[in-house]
Write a protein that binds this ligand. Structure first.
Ligand code: CP
Length: 316
């Protein structure tokens, strides 16, 4: 199996097949419950997480495998100065697949080069979060029946929000997306992500500050949290954190079919009264996150899901 540092390492057919697998898993939970019998996953989380770690772990348990790892590096030997490479060379002896989250951009790539088993990036600093993107794509697929030909607004911290960078990168590969990048000037999308949109003929973007003036155009509104942990200066964070608050009043300006996504955790950027609106899709994303991780884990360790028919490349 191979490592997944960004989704760029997978073909578009492989990505669509993972989404197809996730749907199959959801409707065949008993049949697939022993797919990964005897396998072990390590979750190496050097940064806080609720959804990603617990869903990686649940995914392996529901496939019949087992899990080891650490949540928060304070109990691991990194506190004694051990490098990521040495940690991965060690853990590769114990397990079949590793999921790693780390505050530094590039940590998952370093880990994948040192490991002798597949490494899955569970978020590296402000860079990428590929399995969140799979969850996002699964949610778009189930809401719209497609992941192309959409107007996608991304709102909030577009500088440090790794889920935003991963999602834009991947949507560009499928094409036909109009991006509306909504952020304060201080939190605009990094140039390497803009370059990616510019390099895609069928995609376009605009950058705006005001959410209310564009919300009516959107098929998807992807809200993000201002990433406190990546700010150097507390005052900047406090000034910017509540720039965007989506509430029912603002949602009245949106299309009835719009989907509101958010990778979670949220702080203030989506009022809880939005949760009951049919456009709120963020807890569907959570469910899809577990299903796509089941699909990915079974795939990278090379275990076939019983009864699963791969997506015919001609269909994609
Ligand atoms: N969406 C996401 O990555 O959530 P956690 O930080 O809780 O894992």
């Amino acid at each position: 199996g191979k490592s997944v540092v960004t989704l760029d390492g997978l073909s578009t057919n492989q990505i669509l097949d993972l989404l197809h697998k996730a749907e199959y898993i959801d409707s065949h939970r008993k049949e697939i419950a022993h797919t990964c019998d005897g396998r072990v996953l390590a979750t190496l989380f050097y940064e806080p997480s609720t959804r990603t770690r617990l869903s990686f772990e649940t995914a392996m348990l529901r496939l019949g495998g087992k899990v080891i790892g650490f949540a928060g590096a304070q109990l691991a030997s990194v506190t004694k100065g051990e490098s990521i490479a040495d940690t991965l060379k060690t853990v590769s002896n114990y397990v079949d697949v590793v999921a790693i989250r780390h505050p530094k951009e590039g940590a998952a790539l370093v880990a994948s080069r040192a490991a002798s088993v597949p490494v899955i990036n569970a978020g590296d600093g402000g860079h990428m979060h590929p399995t969140q993107t799979l969850a996002d794509l699964a949610t778009l697929q189930s809401r719209f029946g497609r992941i192309t030909d959409l107007t996608v607004g991304l709102c909030g911290d577009l500088t440090f929000g790794r889920t935003v960078h991963s999602l834009i990168e991947t949507l560009c590969r499928f094409g036909n997306v109009r991006f509306v990048l909504i952020s304060p000037d201080e939190l605009k999308t990094p140039q390497y992500v803009i370059d990616r949109i510019n390099a895609t003929d069928s995609c376009s973007y605009v950058e705006v500050r005001d959410l209310a003036s564009v919300i009516g155009d959107l098929d998807v509104l992807y809200m993000t949290r201002v990433q406190k942990e990546r700010f150097f200066n507390e005052d900047d964070y406090l000034r910017l954190r509540d720039t965007y608050i989506l509430d029912e009043e603002k949602l009245q300006l949106a299309k009835p079919s719009m989907a509101v996504l958010h990778p979670l955790p949220r702080v203030n950027e989506i009022a809880v009264d939005v949760d009951d609106d049919p456009r709120a899709a963020y807890f569907e994303q959570v469910k899809n996150g577990m299903l796509v991780r089941m699909a990915l884990e079974s795939t990278v360790v090379g275990d076939e899901l019983p009864g699963y028919e791969p997506l015919n490349p001609k269909e994609v």
